[in-house]
Design a binder for this molecule. Structure first.
Ligand code: NAP
Length: 229
């Protein structure tokens, strides 16, 4: 069976989970847009047709995949008829895959995502599109940084019970899990890099400690230590 593509949802919401109003963002926070650009470049972006039209152009330095039942071809973006086709085609680029909205697409992608990168804009704004509730039972808060006008939170999906109960360390390795790795280039110095497991490149259970992982930035290393299980 074909494995489901691994992807991250990137969203900005207010304190009541509003993400949009009248086809636009409810706020004007340029530093959060700069943060979004940094986070998703380079990457393969999956978005709904309304979000693509609201942005007004393909996002530069990233691959753009637009989900639409009706839209015809458009310059600078690949149009896909289903979300799952968009996710597969985005994954084929070999770049980290980010689902970037809007409301309809978040709702469908949320149950399938491995990780969430959420900016919570401080305050409450008028909204007509909302992000789903993030349950502590399902999501593990891995990181939190206060940027002044917004708080950035990174979540990884908790490994599901069935996988943990299977007993092997390999089974505990979840694609959205944070790991500490020593990249090949840093093996002499022992410098550690933290990140999400994006894609397991080899997966023999007896070699778990040597499993190669690809981080969000595309760099490849081997798992040295599982930080969370
Ligand atoms: N705060 C944030 O992080 C954030 C991020 C992005 C967007 N937004 C906001 O969210 C709002 C837009 O969200 P939205 O919910 O209105 O629209 P959307 O999710 O961006 O796009 C909806 C469109 O996607 C297509 N679509 C959805 N599911 C599909 C499926 N399963 N198969 C094929 N096509 C599918 C349909 O396009 P067709 O009608 O062409 O078939 C549908 O009309 C705006 O206000 C925007 O500013 C906020």
């Amino acid at each position: 069976m074909k494995e489901a593509p691994v992807f991250t949802i990137v969203a900005a919401m207010d304190e009541k989970r509003a993400i949009g109003f009248c086809g636009r963002l409810p706020w004007n926070v340029p530093e959060e847009l700069a943060h979004f650009r940094k986070l998703t470049t380079p990457g393969a972006l999956v978005m709904g047709r309304r979000t693509f039209e609201a942005i007004g152009n393909p996002l530069p330095d990233r691959d753009n995949f637009v989900v639409s039942r009706n839209m015809t071809e458009t310059a600078g973006a690949v149009v896909c008829r289903t979300l799952s086709d968009a996710l597969s085609r985005a994954a084929e680029t070999g770049k980290p895959v980010y689902v970037i909205g809007g409301g309809e697409i978040f709702r469908q992608a949320f149950p399938l995502a491995s990780s969430l990168e959420i900016s919570v804009i401080k305050g409450v704004f008028a909204g007509d599109r909302f992000f789903p509730a993030i349950s502590e039972a399902v999501w593990n808060l891995a990181d939190e940084t206060d940027f002044g006008s917004f708080v950035f939170r990174r979540y990884s999906r908790k490994p599901d019970a069935a996988r943990v109960l299977s007993g092997t360390l390999r089974a505990n390795l979840h694609p959205g899990m944070r790991v500490s790795i020593i990249l090949k280039k840093d093996q002499k110095t022992g410098k550690r890099t933290e990140g999400m497991v994006q894609r397991l490149l080899t997966s023999k259970p007896e070699h778990t400690r040597g499993i190669k992982v690809m981080l969000a930035d595309g760099s490849v290393g081997r798992v040295q230590e599982i930080l969370e299980s």
